[in-house]
Structure formats: C-alpha cells, structure tokens
Design a protein around this ligand. Structure first.
Ligand code: ADP
Ligand code: MG
Length: 460
C-alpha cells in the first residue's frame, strides 16, 4: 500500500516533466513491485517499455525516487502482469451514446466483413493491429497522438472533426484506426466506421448506379464515429463531395465524432469545395511530421516485437538513419531484413542490413503490374491465365492474393486497379486479399519467404 502511494507520487511528478503522450505510452501502466535494501523493482507491461525506461528514462526515475525519499542504487524493470492496464470503472465513458441498430441491408454484409462475431457487427474497416499502445509517440506525432487520446476518452466533444494531415507512411491511418478500435471495444454496439476515401467513392458510385443513394446516405449518417482516410481522393468528385457534405453535417450536428486524414491541409486540397474546406478546418487540424531519429528507433523496436528477435542497436540505428521520411518504408526494410535472416538462419547484422538496403535503394522504377503478376504465377508454378481466371481452388487463390498484395505494396496501386489487373470486377476482393496476406504473412514464415523470393526475383 505504501509502495503504491510512493509510486503514485513518483508518477505524479514524472507526468509533469514529460509530454502527455510519452507519459501515457511509457509510464501509465507501470507499478512498483519491490522497494527494499536500495533496490527498486518497477513492473512494466512489456519488453518494449522496459527497454525504453532503461535507456531513456532511468535517470529521471532515479531522481524522482530520490526526491520522494528513496535512494536507489539500482532500479530494475521487470515485465509483470501486475503492470498490465486494467480498465478502471471511471475510464468507462457513459456519455457515448449508441445508435439504434441499422436496419439497412448493410448489416449482414458487415458481419461477414468483420469476422462474424456479433460483438463486432457494428465495426467496419477496423484492423485490430493498430492500437494506441503500439503507437510510438515522439516529435512529429505528439500532438496528433494527444488529440486521438482525448477523442478516445470522449468522442464527439472537443476535437470535431479531427483532421490529420501529412506525408505518406507517417502513421495517420494507424492513429485513426487505433481510436476507432478503442471506441468500438468500449462500446461494441457503437457504429464505428472506418473507410478509405477510395472505397467511399466507389460505394457511392455503386449506390448511384443501383439507385441506392438513400441507403448509402442512411448508412453513413447513422454512424457514431466516422473515420475517413485519405480524403484528398475526393478531389474533383463533385457529387460525392455534395453527399459527404450532408453526411458530415448530419453527424456533426449530432455530436458524432468525425476523423479525417489527408496528405495536405484542408485549404490546399485542389478542387475541394469551399464549404467542405471550411467544415474540415472547423475542428482541429494537425500537421503530422516525420518522427525524429529516436522515435524511429523506438518504432523499429516495437515492430520487431512480434518476431522472436532482438535487433542489435547498430542495426536499429542504421535503419533509422537511412530511412527517414516514411515509416511504412522503414517497416518494409525491417521486414525484408528479418525475412532474409530467417530464411537463411542468420542473425541480423549491420553488414546484412546495409547490403539489403543498398539493393533496395537501386530498385528499378519501371516495374510493371504485368511483371508482378507473371513473377508471382511463376513462383507458384501456375499459369498467368489461371491467376487472372475464375478458378477458386486454394492453390490458385493464394497466389492471386499474393499478387494483389504485391501490387499494393510495390506499386501502390488503388484497389479498383488491383482488381482489374487480376481480372476481378469487385474491388473489395482486392481489399480483403491484401489485408489477408498482410495478416497471414505476419504469422506464417513460409508465406513471408514466398513473398521475399518473388521480390528478390523482381528486383534482381
Ligand atoms: P499513413 O496513413 O500516414 O500513410 P500509416 O498509418 O499507414 O501511415 O503508417 C505506416 C506504417 O508505419 C504502419 O504500419 C504503422 O503502424 C507504422 N507507424 C507509423 N508511425 C508509427 C508510430 N509512431 N509508431 C508505431 N508505428 C508507426
Ligand atoms: Mg494511410
């Protein structure tokens, strides 16, 4: 009990001396396990927080302990379940209202889309991989993180809409998805909808074609939380802008949380209607910047978490130095390195990392969709006609999905375009395929090996 109040006092002081984001990320879920004979043992929820506290915050912790009357020769950090976050009753947000069950036909599709659990039937497009806990807070994203944290606590009140903008691969999607996941987990009946603008536009076009615009409008206007990613793609689509304007207003008036991302600030999106510009800018707009070196190192560490491996510090620093602007690319290089080493039973070293990275830097820019499809077919020893044909046997479906994944990751094609390349009419197939391979490649080393072999040939 005494230990408890000591640690609360220490945390209270630390909270004042670090940023809110850092406090929440690194300190909030720690506890004091032991304090005797000059040894202090702090319980932490995972290895990653352990490392960060050891490396970056140890002095602060020692000093703060000292100010609270504890002279510790040594502070140890120990992973402990006692430190795991347990939601406190007061964290439960009761102000968050639940919309009535949607009555339109989308409900059943949603159940299929999102993993058939009833608890998830009101989520759309959310990927549980993205959490606030596994988002590293640092310069460049601190403010965005804090705003998302605030929204996760109390949606629809303070920052509405929240408009996040910035370059590719700096964590916009991650953060927005993470907020969606928190809100949907807290209230499984809340209608939390995440949608990429590409998909939004496609659905709207389909709705127009099948004269179902009323369903479309009804569906999105009853959201409790609407998350629209990469809204720059709405540029030039007049009818869609009109529709979105009304959806936006309906939700905003009902104090429903809206989160939007874009590659530029609202005022700079070309051919965006003025009334939308001013709506988007009417809440909180936050510029996300490339994270600094330390933050990039921390991101690399958290991304190695799923793999049973500790990267040497020099390798981490090498990656963080050489890939500065795009975290997605940083993650790609890391995965490439891990796959390369895993395939060959090697420990990752600086020299392997640097040779792999210099190869990928000289990637030919002229790689075509056709080459990717051909190479994938060849890898799996099937014909291109089979990959783009109608057959649904497993030994054809998997290569087809891998090809879609490669088109997305290597060429950044849009989903409708990916679908067309593989002879599919429906772009949602492409979305599901890419997501499926992303997910499975994390769990299945042989799939990762397939992907990296195909890549090696493509870039050889
Ligand atoms: P954007 O939407 O801005 O293009 P994403 O959110 O897709 O970028 O981020 C690209 C990748 O980088 C994702 O895998 C994401 O998890 C990761 N990422 C970016 N920033 C961070 C961060 N601060 N902490 C952890 N992962 C991050
Ligand atoms: Mg994104």
């Amino acid at each position: 009990m005494q230990q408890d109040s000591l640690w609360q006092a220490v945390l209270g002081e630390i909270e004042l001396s670090v940023s809110r984001g850092n406090f929440l990320t690194w300190f909030k879920n720690t506890c004091l396990l032991k304090q005797e004979d000059g040894v202090t043992v702090v319980g932490v929820p995972n290895i990653f927080i352990k490392q960060q506290l050891e490396r970056k915050y140890n002095d602060l912790i020692v000093e703060t302990l000292k100010r609270n009357g504890v002279e510790s020769d040594k502070v140890e950090y120990k992973i402990s379940t006692a430190a795991s976050p347990a939601p406190k009753p007061e964290d439960q947000d009761t102000s968050y209202s639940t919309a009535p069950a949607p009555t339109d036909s989308r409900q059943t599709t949603l159940k299929q889309d999102t993993g058939n659990s009833l608890a998830h039937s009101y989520r759309q497009g959310l990927n549980e991989r993205y959490t606030l806990d596994n988002f590293i807070v640092g310069s460049g994203n601190e403010l965005a993180f804090a705003a998302c944290q605030a929204i996760a606590q109390q949606p629809g009140s303070k920052y509405n809409p929240l408009f996040l903008y910035g370059g590719v691969g700096i964590g916009k999607t991650h953060l927005m998805q993470a907020v969606g996941n928190v809100l949907s987990a807290r209230d499984p009946k809340a209608k939390v909808l995440y949608i990429s603008t590409e998909q939004f536009v496609q659905e709207f076009v389909d709705a127009l074609r099948f004269r179902k615009t009323a369903d479309f409008a009804g569906y999105y206007r009853t959201a409790d939380v609407l998350i629209v990613d990469d809204v720059q793609f709405i540029a030039g689509k007049d009818k869609m802008q009109e529709e979105f304007f009304h959806t936006f207003n309906a939700l905003h008036q009902a104090n429903k949380q809206i989160i939007i991302s874009s590659d530029k600030p609202p005022g700079e999106i070309p051919t965006l209607e003025d009334r939308l510009k001013s709506r988007f800018a009417g809440g909180m707009s936050i510029d996300m910047q490339t994270p600094d070196f330390e933050t990039r190192c921390a991101i690399i560490q958290i991304k190695t978490h799923d793999h049973d491996i500790t990267l040497p510090q020099d390798v981490i620093e090498y990656l963080a130095t050489n890939i500065q602007t795009n975290i997605r690319e940083l993650e790609g290089a890391l995965n490439q390195l891990l796959a390369f080493c895993e395939m060959r039973g090697l420990e990752p070293t600086l020299s392997i990392a640097s040779s792999l990275l210099s190869v990928s830097k000289t990637r030919p820019k002229h790689l075509s969709a056709k080459q990717i499809v051909e190479r994938t077919a060849r890898h799996y020893q099937i014909q291109v006609e089979e990959i783009i044909g109608p057959k649904r046997d497993k030994d054809i479906v998997v290569p087809r999905q891998v090809a879609m994944y490669m088109l997305r990751n290597e060429l950044h094609l849009s989903f409708p375009k990916i679908a067309r390349e593989l002879g599919r009419k429906d772009h949602t197939t492409a979305i599901h395929s890419v997501e499926k391979i992303e997910k499975e490649s994390r769990l299945d080393p042989s799939l990762r090996q397939d992907i990296s072999e195909i890549k090696e040939h493509l870039y050889a």
